[in-house]
Design a protein around this ligand. Structure first.
Ligand SMILES: C[S@@+](CC[C@H](N)C(=O)[O-])C[C@H]1O[C@@H](n2cnc3c(N)ncnc32)[C@H](O)[C@@H]1O
Length: 464
């Protein structure tokens, strides 16, 4: 049975209006204006905190889902599908802008904007071509074309700001991303490594070869991504990836990590192992708030973690309350007395067979009370969420006629799902997927916490 499209359109418009009302109430109550799109983003602006309120977060999801659903309803379908088939140009232009440090040049140029000739001067790029790249981005609300060929930052583009002068960025290219918040690093990783890999997606489906992922085709290597990045000639790539992982935090509220598992429940001197911790910045955030916790950061390479901790939390380093262990989690876990094994953004990298091996290694070293905390996105299907009796696990569904998973409002889940497939053959999991793979690895899920201000959930498990 078909419904009248106009009825749906009206229902969507109503959701948008009600959501705008919710925003108005929340910003008025906070005494803060809603930051406009045309002004650069300032993370220290107290108005940015308003987005953490659950009602505001839901209103934002409603607006994103409803506007895109409306556009898809009214637009010529061929135009929509052909735009989607060329979405890669957006990634390509974004990478150019970030690599040429356009955001920093524009920050220095001020709100009136800069002529593209001045933007192109430090890199000697062709100004006419650069203007076309920036215009495509401006058309998608990334940058602003103030007047013909004059561009300025807006709220979205300025999130890529590396926080350094453009002169410093050009003077030291190999270290341009070091010391940044990681957002540009992550965007460059996505728009280069994942973009190039993704270009081979269909080929690897049409002509599958055992063990060959889109990433292997794109980079001409048989090595799995993490081992490939350990090669000395890939140091820049490895550092960029590590910083990019830090950049994932920028899409979350800084307090999000404290809205799930209660880290304060660990005993004095309790041992938290950040397994595959990268720079170890998540454990660092936890330890800064709960300095009684002893942290062990484990990863294939722990040099980045050592630097970050020495710079950001020297007191914990001096008190020997943090250790750095170069460790491959496909080998037996060397620490036998852990209170918590924390795995953030690890599970989704590996298919069930490989992740089960990692889980079994942890299980073999666990005490009966050791908690496993998996920090990941839990994938919803694009249909209504099934019921669950695991405490805390039930997720809400969006109100009809929105897609039950809030459509593009939760696109990040499905984009990461693609990224981990192209790179590693992994994938995001539904709750049932987590329960099954954890059981195969010797763990039983006891509770789930959906965090506030982040799309990550904390899945808590005990040895089975
Ligand atoms: C997606 S990153 C997540 C890093 C960190 N947990 C975070 O949340 O930012 C995955 C991490 O797993 C590490 N890794 C990959 N293979 C590994 C292995 N075999 N043993 C230990 N760590 C590994 C990578 O080096 C990388 O730091």
């Amino acid at each position: 049975m078909t419904t009248d499209g106009l009825k749906t359109l009206r229902a969507l418009a109503k959701i948008i209006n009600e959501s705008v009302d919710t925003l108005e109430t929340a910003y008025t109550k906070a005494g803060q204006p809603l930051p406009p799109l045309d002004a650069p983003f300032d993370p220290s602006n107290p108005a940015e905190k308003v987005r953490d309120e659950p009602a505001v977060a839901t209103a934002i999801l409603n607006i994103m889902a409803a506007t895109s659903q409306m556009a898809a309803t009214v637009r010529a379908p061929a135009a929509s599908v052909l735009d989607a088939s060329q979405a890669f140009h957006l990634s390509a232009c974004l990478r150019v802008a970030s690599e040429l440090n356009v955001v920093e040049i524009l920050r220095e140029g001020g709100s009136q904007g800069l002529n593209v000739k001045d933007i192109a001067a430090p890199s000697k790029a062709d100004p006419a071509l650069l203007a076309r790249f920036l215009r495509l981005l401006a058309t998608h609300n990334i940058f602003r074309e103030v007047s013909p060929n004059v561009f300025a930052n807006n709220r979205v583009s300025s999130a890529l700001d590396k926080g350094k002068t453009s002169e410093a960025l050009y003077a030291n290219r190999p270290e341009r991303l070091l010391g940044t918040n990681g957002v540009a690093a992550l965007a460059e990783f996505f728009s280069e490594d994942i973009f190039k890999s993704s270009a081979w997606l269909a080929d690897t489906i049409l002509e599958p070869k055992e063990g060959q992922l889109p990433y292997n085709k794109a980079f001409g290597t048989d090595l799995p991504l993490y081992y490939y990045m350990q090669k000395p000639e890939n140091l820049y790539r490895l550092q960029r990836f590590g910083l990019g992982m830090q950049g994932t935090a920028a899409t979350e509220s800084p307090d999000a990590i404290f809205t799930g598992f209660e880290w304060g429940s660990l005993p004095e001197g309790g041992v938290l192992i950040d397994v595959g911790g990268g720079n170890g910045f998540t454990a660092l955030t936890i330890a800064q708030k709960h300095p009684k916790i002893k942290v062990i950061v484990q990863d294939l390479d722990v040099e980045g973690a050592k630097t970050l901790w020495k710079d950001s939390f020297p007191a914990h380093v001096e008190k020997n309350l943090v250790e750095f262990q170069a460790y491959d989690f496909f080998n037996p876990q060397p620490v036998k007395d852990a209170d918590v094994f924390m795995l953030r953004y690890i599970a989704h990298n590996w298919n069930d067979g490989l992740f089960t091996k990692i889980l079994k290694n942890l299980r073999d070293s666990a005490k009966p009370t050791t908690k496993l905390i998996i920090i990941e996105k839990i994938l919803s299907l694009a249909s209504a969420a099934p019921a669950t009796d695991i405490p805390g696990a039930q997720k809400p569904s969006a109100p009809a006629p929105l897609l039950p998973n809030w459509g593009v409002g939760t696109a990040e889940f499905y984009l990461y799902d693609m990224a981990v497939h192209t790179m590693l053959g992994g994938g995001e999991r539904t709750l049932a997927g987590f329960v099954d793979v954890l059981a195969a690895g010797g763990w039983k899920v006891t509770s789930v916490h959906h965090t506030t201000g982040s799309q990550l959930s904390h899945i808590v498990a005990l040895p089975n």
